[in-house]
Write a new protein. Structure first.
Length: 331
């Protein structure tokens, strides 16, 4: 697999097979998976602690199943009670943070897709002495909102990697489809593409309504005959975009961010050019494990810098290996 790496970062704990773990219900993704390898590995001998993982996951987005699976595996190893909740609306996500503070959790792992909506709630957490790490979104504001580190991909650089790849394929008029307007990470991805391919257009869709995603992309392609590639910013959206291109009778190619098993198959079959994987399993695992390490010994992984989990470009040559791990639910 071809990997892009601009900074060296090391996750401090080894991967251990998944044991049972408790979790709150979430608004998106599948139920908690306790795994099938409980006979292997050992739970840490440290006192049991409680950590809240609070994301902006939208219902049905398979990306978050993978984040959660990594978090659950770290929780099982570290003797952590994991409280997982999510809401795509910033104000409600802030309420979930405040609820975690009221529950006197030992740590909070949080996504910062809409940081302005979360800053007051995170200040309450910091004032209560609760350590915070961020993951997935909000790298640039993580430290100022009180997190001691961030696990994720630098989205602007990931977008630039996509733009460079598209240029190498001779593509000049991308349409970059953003499924959640105002999401800082998604906006940064498309900005990175545009920095390398100035002809890039931004198209906003409502990611919670796949019918609307399809119809909006179809209409855009029918009105933009020279669009030569459409970029989805998440696997479920890209798969919908692929169908919309067919409906529109367009010859535009397809590229993506993020991964699931179905998308990996489409890349292997040549229907999708490539995707950029930010390795969400690592984000969930690293966020929870770093909070346990902080509680255990005051450790602060990352040394004040983000811990990069991507980007990694997966094209046809790398898709078969990626598919194997995607089918196992960790890519």
């Amino acid at each position: 697999m071809k990997r892009f790496s601009w900074r060296k970062a090391v996750l401090a704990a080894a991967v251990v097979p998944l044991l049972a773990v408790s979790a709150c219900s979430s608004t998106g993704g599948k139920p908690s998976d306790s795994g099938d390898a409980a006979a292997a590995g050992q739970v840490a001998s440290t006192d049991r602690i409680k950590i809240a993982l609070i994301t902006h996951a939208a219902p049905g987005d398979t990306f978050w199943d993978i984040v959660r699976k990594g978090a659950e595996e770290a929780s099982a190893k570290d003797n952590v009670e994991l409280l997982y909740t999510s809401d795509p609306e910033g104000g409600r996500q802030a309420q979930l943070i405040e609820q975690a503070v009221d529950q006197k959790v030992d740590g909070i792992a949080v996504t910062l897709a809409k940081p302005d909506a979360l800053k007051d709630a995170l200040k309450k957490a910091a004032d209560a002495g609760i350590p915070i790490v961020s993951l997935n979104a909000g790298e640039s504001v993580s430290a100022q909102l009180g997190a001691f580190t961030h696990f994720g991909s630098n989205e602007k650089l990931a977008g630039e990697a996509v733009g460079t790849k598209l240029s190498s394929l001779g593509l000049k008029h991308p349409v970059c489809v953003i499924q959640e307007q105002g999401h800082v990470g998604l906006e940064a991805r498309c900005a990175g593409v545009k920095a390398k391919v100035p002809g890039t257009e931004i198209l906003y869709v409502t990611g919670t309504d796949m019918t609307q995603v399809s119809s909006t992309v179809t209409a855009k392609l029918q009105a933009t005959a020279d669009a030569d590639v459409v970029i989805g910013l998440g696997a479920p959206y890209t798969l919908t975009i692929l169908k919309a291109i067919s409906s529109a009778g367009s010859k535009a190619k397809v590229a993506s961010f993020d991964l699931n098993a179905e998308l990996a198959k489409k890349i292997a079959d040549g229907e999708i050019e490539f995707t950029v994987d930010q390795q969400p399993w690592l984000q969930g695992y690293g966020a929870i494990d770093s909070l346990w390490q902080n509680k255990r010994g005051g450790f602060k992984i990352g040394g004040g810098q983000p811990v990069l989990t991507g980007p990694a470009i997966i094209d046809k040559a790398a898709a078969t290996d990626a598919l194997k791990f995607a089918e196992a639910g960790i890519r």
